[in-house]
Design a protein around this ligand. Sequence first.
Ligand SMILES: *[C@@H]1O[C@H](CO)[C@@H](O)[C@H](O)[C@H]1NC(C)=O
Ligand SMILES: *[C@@H]1O[C@H](CO)[C@@H](O)[C@H](O)[C@H]1NC(C)=O
Ligand SMILES: *[C@@H]1O[C@H](CO)[C@@H](O)[C@H](O)[C@H]1NC(C)=O
Ligand SMILES: *[C@@H]1O[C@H](CO)[C@@H](O)[C@H](O)[C@H]1NC(C)=O
Ligand SMILES: *[C@@H]1O[C@H](CO)[C@@H](O)[C@H](O)[C@H]1NC(C)=O
Ligand SMILES: *[C@@H]1O[C@H](CO)[C@@H](O)[C@H](O)[C@H]1NC(C)=O
Ligand SMILES: *[C@@H]1O[C@H](CO)[C@@H](O)[C@H](O)[C@H]1NC(C)=O
Ligand SMILES: *[C@@H]1O[C@H](CO)[C@@H](O)[C@H](O)[C@H]1NC(C)=O
Length: 375
Amino acid sequence: MLLSITITSFSFTSCKAEYSSYMTCNVKEKQALPRIKKKLVDPTNWLSSWSVSNQQDCCKWVGIRCNNSTGQVTQLLLGSLRSLTHLNLNDAGFSGLIPHQLGNLSNLHYLNLGNNWDLQADNLHWTSNLLSLEYLELNQVYFHSELNNWLQVFSTLPSSIKELHLRGCTTQSMVVPPQGYANISKFTTLRVFDLSENQLNGEFMHMLSNLTSLELLDLLRNSLQGEIPQTILNFQNLRELYLNGNELIGQIPESLGRLRKLEYLYLGDNSLTGLIPTSLGNLSSLRVLHLGENKLNGTLPRSLGILANLLNLIVWHNLLEVPVVEARFSKLSKLKILDMSFTNMFFNVSSSWVPPFQLTHLFMDSCKMGPKFPL
Ligand SMILES: *[C@@H]1O[C@H](CO)[C@@H](O)[C@H](O)[C@H]1NC(C)=O
Ligand SMILES: *[C@@H]1O[C@H](CO)[C@@H](O)[C@H](O)[C@H]1NC(C)=O
Ligand SMILES: *[C@@H]1O[C@H](CO)[C@@H](O)[C@H](O)[C@H]1NC(C)=O
Ligand SMILES: *[C@@H]1O[C@H](CO)[C@@H](O)[C@H](O)[C@H]1NC(C)=O
Ligand SMILES: *[C@@H]1O[C@H](CO)[C@@H](O)[C@H](O)[C@H]1NC(C)=O
Ligand SMILES: *[C@@H]1O[C@H](CO)[C@@H](O)[C@H](O)[C@H]1NC(C)=O
Ligand SMILES: *[C@@H]1O[C@H](CO)[C@@H](O)[C@H](O)[C@H]1NC(C)=O
Ligand SMILES: *[C@@H]1O[C@H](CO)[C@@H](O)[C@H](O)[C@H]1NC(C)=O
């Protein structure tokens, strides 16, 4: 059986299937297929006919099926690519349901169907055959209601996965069940986990505590509740943590300061309270620290002043106060963006102070200035 993917979004209207001897594909049609080909790995050059220089009617190109009466290309037959290990159809203009026949490509290591216009998934059972799958991207694929239960998603996906990108797949609020998602711990080799923009609602992060290989965790813009769990300490390989735009409460755990590989830490736009932990000063690789739009109080810890790799420091809209003294910024030589607007902080510096950083953006709206702020 051949693998077929139904295309409905491309318009190959002048691609007549009358097997005429002259070329009938217009320029647009001739360019679309070679573009898709570029995203396929085709070691045997099976798709050699998919070439802009091929003068033949594109309905006669290998693997192409047209509708006999309208001449539209309706199917791509990739059956001869069963040994395919890499299939990248990101932003290729597909729409309609993801064909379950993709599950026949059992050698796939990499499958990317993200960012297609109106591509939909009714279930993911077909992925359970893909036992070598390491990379799966379904960003912006619309999940039907059967998939509005992440338990089904996590149960079905093969445990071989190392990178899972599921950004913006669901549009209805989904409450995380208190008993959690039992199967999530099977992803022991998962390094990159992107579940951003899915309206996940409830406590979720503590269920991830066994995913100790995580290097990037992106839960941006959901409705996650509860506190950042102490088990975050398990993520010793974490380089990037994106939690902006949720409903997290409680304090920032001290233990975050022990994730020594962290480079990007986004905790903004939540309801975090209390002091900024001094332990964050131990994150010597940190490049971005975004704590804006929370309810943090106290002051910027002196320890942050030694973060020599920090590019962006964003603390706007917090309850921080106590003047920022120059010593605090002594080592921030790479700082480009400093946003402390809508806090009560101000620089209290001497007129001889030469800032060590090269700011391109300084936001201090409504922030009091020291009497001698150098400008
Ligand atoms: C071909 O296209 C016409 C018009 O869209 C449609 O009615 C017909 O069912 C199609 N035929 C096949 C075999 O898909
Ligand atoms: C379309 O035309 C080809 C060539 O005439 C034929 O082999 C094929 O069966 C036709 N397909 C359909 C669905 O009618
Ligand atoms: C291909 O996938 C379809 C749908 O999942 C299935 O019915 C069919 O048996 C598969 N074919 C082979 C050769 O595995
Ligand atoms: C997934 O969870 C279900 C229900 O808890 C369990 O029956 C099943 O064995 C689990 N599967 C795997 C692969 O962990
Ligand atoms: C983590 O793994 C341990 C040992 O397998 C298990 O007892 C525990 O329930 C798991 N935790 C989560 C949150 O899945
Ligand atoms: C920072 O690291 C040092 C040495 O690794 C440790 O002694 C200290 O307790 C840490 N500071 C914080 C606030 O965690
Ligand atoms: C910070 O806020 C907490 C309550 O969230 C309060 O208990 C604490 O006293 C405040 N600390 C300072 C320094 O304002
Ligand atoms: C600003 O710094 C000067 C000199 O260190 C100090 O005397 C003064 O009290 C500070 N002002 C505030 C509001 O902290």
